[in-house]
Ligand binder design. Structure first.
Ligand SMILES: [Cu+2]
Length: 130
């Protein structure tokens, strides 16, 4: 009887190992879920105002959500720019102009940005929330 019980225990253990192996098999990191949410989602699309001056950003920390736009106004007399390489943003704005920067394709996260014309003086942080 004792030997019989050992065999049952071994069979049970083998079954668990087999289950684990099966569970791991199909877990291949399919990451297509994040792409392709197009227009018509609703509830998004706010705008945030950012001013470029000679020679600083106001405010220098900008918080916005994915799908929002940044309205970047240049109130200085020099051309400025907002460049956040990690977020794939690079937008020029001439003196007296305003440009809209679309955040629909930016991943949530925190990004440093600069004015590429005045990178020593004009820096800021962009916080993108979901
Ligand atoms: Cu500048």
């Amino acid at each position: 009887m004792k030997g019989d019980r050992t065999i049952k225990r071994m069979l049970a253990a083998f079954g668990i190992v087999a289950l684990l192996a099966t569970a791991c098999g199909g877990d291949d990191g399919d990451s297509s879920a994040a792409s392709g949410d197009g227009a018509g989602g609703g509830g998004r699309g706010g705008s945030v105002t950012l001013t470029a001056e000679d020679f600083s950003f106001d405010p220098d920390t900008v918080t916005a959500a994915v799908g929002d736009t940044i309205e970047l106004s240049n109130e200085g007399e020099s051309p400025h720019n907002l460049q956040a390489e990690e977020a794939d943003i690079d937008e020029d704005v001439d003196a007296g102009e305003t440009v809209s920067i679309d955040l629909a394709d930016v991943e949530p996260g925190t990004y440093d940005f600069i004015c590429s014309f005045h990178p020593e003086d004009m820096t800021g942080t962009l916080e993108i929330t979901e």
